[in-house]
Design a protein around this ligand. Structure first.
Ligand SMILES: Nc1nc2c(ncn2[C@@H]2O[C@H](COP(=O)(O)OP(=O)(O)O)[C@@H](O)[C@H]2O)c(=O)[nH]1
Ligand SMILES: [Mg+2]
Length: 216
């Protein structure tokens, strides 16, 4: 019985996600669902990507958090359209929340939409939002064993960004073992080593993103 309820929820979510994608496609918006544990660097990556691409691409942001509008306030300083979703306790965004958010966004003025999911390596993997790409950020202080512990999240990602690479000299993290583990779970995911502090890898990441946008 419980399993049937879960199935119904997921298929209802799937239907709304498809409607979201249809709307985004009709407006020419490329949407990226950014997922990670809390503090891995989702907001930092959005800020760095805005700085790198602002002159080329019109960017909008949906911020998802259990509570607060701190991240939306930070992004708002960059003068891009931003909407905050507070899930009020839910550990992930769902398609309906995103549907409400995009109905409050000037989609005609947006070409690239970042959706910062709630910091969590489990639940967001289960809920598609209507995005075109799922991006997973995993950061050096979290350790190199995360692909083994949260395989579904790694399996669903179109790209895995290893953030805080500037901290590599100070922490035990085997990049090769991590990358091998990711490839074992998901042979298709692109892997980037980045730092939002030193900007290492940001150019490679934004080039990849632009290529994906043009092939939408
Ligand atoms: N050393 C280092 N710190 C970073 C980097 N990226 C983000 N941070 C820091 O990590 C913390 C969490 O970043 P934030 O972007 O808010 O993570 P979020 O919770 O995933 O959105 C902040 O103190 C950032 O300044 C990085 O590349 N290197
Ligand atoms: Mg954040």
């Amino acid at each position: 019985m419980k399993i049937k309820v879960l199935k119904d929820i997921l298929s209802a979510n799937e239907q709304i996600a498809q409607a979201n994608r249809h709307l985004l496609n009709s407006k020419g918006v490329f949407a990226v669902n950014l997922m990670s544990s809390p503090g891995a660097g989702k907001t930092s990556l959005i800020l760095e990507t805005i700085k790198a691409l602002k002159s080329k691409v019109k960017i909008g942001v949906i911020e998802g958090d259990v509570s607060s509008s701190l991240d939306a306030a930070l992004i708002g300083k960059e003068d891009v359209p931003v909407v905050q979703i507070n899930t009020g306790g839910e550990c992930h965004l769902d398609a309906n929340m995103v549907s409400n958010a995009i109905s409050n966004m000037p989609l005609q003025d947006i070409e690239l939409l970042f959706i910062e999911n709630v910091g969590n390596l489990i639940c967001p993997a289960e809920f598609t939002l209507g995005e075109h790409k799922k991006i997973l950020i995993s950061s050096i202080p979290e350790g190199d064993d995360k692909p083994f512990k949260y395989p579904l999240m790694f399996n669903k990602a179109d790209a895995v960004l290893i953030n805080k690479i500037d901290l590599l000299p100070y922490l035990k993290f085997d990049i090769q073992a991590f990358s091998q583990a990711v490839k074992g779970i998901n042979g298709k995911a692109e892997i980037f080593q980045i730092s939002c502090v030193t900007k290492q890898g940001i150019q490679e990441w934004t080039s990849w993103l632009l290529t994906k946008m043009s092939r939408k």
